[in-house]
Ligand binder design. Sequence first.
Ligand code: ADP
Ligand code: MG
Length: 698
Amino acid sequence: MIIKKQPSLSDPITSLTGIGPRLQERLMHIGIDRIQDLLFHLPYRYIDRTRLISLGELKAGEDAYFQGEIELTQIRYGKRRSLLCRISDGTGAVILRFFYFSKSQQNKLQRGQLIRCYGKVRRGSSSLEIIHPEYRLLESGVDVELEKQLTAVYPSTEGLQQPRIRKLIEQALVILNSDKKNINELLPQEILLEQDLPTLADALEYVHRAPITADLQSLIDEKHPTQKRLIIEELLAHQLSLLKLRNELKKEKSPIFNKSQYLVSEFLKKLSFKLTNAQKNAFKIIASDLNANSAMLRLLQGDVGSGKTVIAALATLQVIEQNYQVAIMVPTELLAEQHYKNFSVWFEPLNIETVLLTGKLKKSIRNLIEEKLKNKKSIVVIGTHALFQESIIFSKLGLVIIDEQHRFGVHQRLALIEKGKQYDEYPHQLIMTATPIPRTLTMTAYADLDHSIIDELPPGRIPVNTSVHSNQRRNEIIDRIKNVCDEGRQVYWVCTLIDESESLQCETVVATSEHLKQKLKKINTGMIHGRMKANEKEAIMKDFKEGKINLLVATTVIEVGVDVPNASLMIIDNAERLGLSQLHQLRGRIGRGNEKSHCILIYQSPLSNLAKERLEIMRTTNDGFVIAEKDLELRGPGEVLGTRQAGIPDFRIANLKRDSYLLSKIQRIATQLIERNPKNVELLIKRWLGKKHEYSNV
Ligand code: ADP
Ligand code: MG
């Protein structure tokens, strides 16, 4: 007889019994590859099936596990056909309601049948009811056991039922328990003691098989010590991966750029304004970062309009002076074009060549620029993510500046750095963001960077006044546009859409601008949206900047970077659709001159309470940091840093909003671990970030 050896936790999932290709594929889909991954597939909620509740005790809004006898089953024909099934147990009654049911299901739910159910109780039209409960039919006289522990509910995917996942995890737990050493404890004893944390093996066992005696509420809130142990480990892994990245880059060489001898002072002489103290300080640090032989890794934060562009220009000059190249990457073509124009005006008198590289360039022009980047030493290139493309080769890249970082993820950032690597030298990095990032997020998403803040606006700025109006007051608002234009000032009208498709956005902009043109016959109206060609956009922006267009109807493409100081009124239509940080960015397009500016947020009523609260925040504060904190509080990290990627990791169990109180502790533990247990660092990263981490190394 062959004794089958028990698989180990690091074996592929297929070494468990009963896993065919279809199931394997589904498991892969939710990130389960090896047996150990099952252990880290953590419940997102728990239900209590350890005891039954009597029907007299049911309360609307609560989950209930109960059994009783079917009194009546009937089909009800109303607005929607449904199968109703009345259950009672002598203490009370409840209705089960099914909108989808089969003939055989209907037949089985016979009067007199004993049934056990689980589901959420709600108030129905005449009595308490449960829609589509989980249920099983019981044979009378046979006692069906209750669960002995809390039932964990797992994240799943189509075609993968809870009982199936539970059984697989149970198998993994058996392997784990056969020898607790099967899983590597990566937190040293001293940290466990210091933080009063259970071991990993105990924590995993507990969260999967939470006993009846467990404090259900703390498990549901994910505040249980065993969960805390896992949360800490996960946050730690993320923190370590960023720190490791930082340490690795810091070990590499980077070109040393001496403090500028002439370009910076020439530039400042010609500049039409004086730097603020905050700007001076920011550049001072950057200048000395560049003067070191390890890469600058700096995040420069400053509210909209605080004057980050000029800092980018100064850093660029220090590098150009030593005949290296500088690449400035921005998230939109419009911003690339605008920066290109600014930098050209600034740099031409200094004999520095600036080029623009976006995805929409003609092939011939593009080839020309590629040629220059390959051959010419000192040159400034401003572009979108087109800068990553394979055909782009830098001959001597000394500095990468990323403006409006919130739109790029950590991978994109690294890809550009890799591209710039030359003779084992890495370019310096300056990351600039106008979305003030709450401290909790900088500590996680940007743990690899040093931080500077420009906490001062150029002098003479008058804060924007913001008001919130319902759509019904549209006509009054349109009248206001006229007044503003009559005074020689300019206006933005921003159209927002939930649907991100460019064609729909463009339709809305066209329709709105037609409507406004009709109402405001004497006013020069222009429009701008993502569907337009680069040169069309450029022409419109030029006309707007020169005052030839008074009213600019736009999509949120103007969100970043656009700078027209004479614009003093902005109307944001359907403002409730946008995140607070995005609204703040948009609003930052006005209030750039020395005249009072107004921002009008129009909403479509009725507004939810949350939406009201959010618009109220916009009305009452102009402070980007306050707004970002509130945004984080109300909507969570993904939204604050922009909707899609933006460097915010997908956590298995941690939640930045809920767990932010742990972050300073995590930082300390991370440093301690790197010093004392460097071997575990790699293992922890691998355990929690797995493939994602490998990806970041490409
Ligand atoms: P942001 O930080 O949002 O990128 P910008 O760099 O676009 O801000 O600067 C906003 C506006 O303020 C620009 O018109 C810029 O020329 C101007 N500006 C920047 N610094 C100063 C300053 N120290 N004094 C006066 N105006 C300034
Ligand atoms: Mg900017």
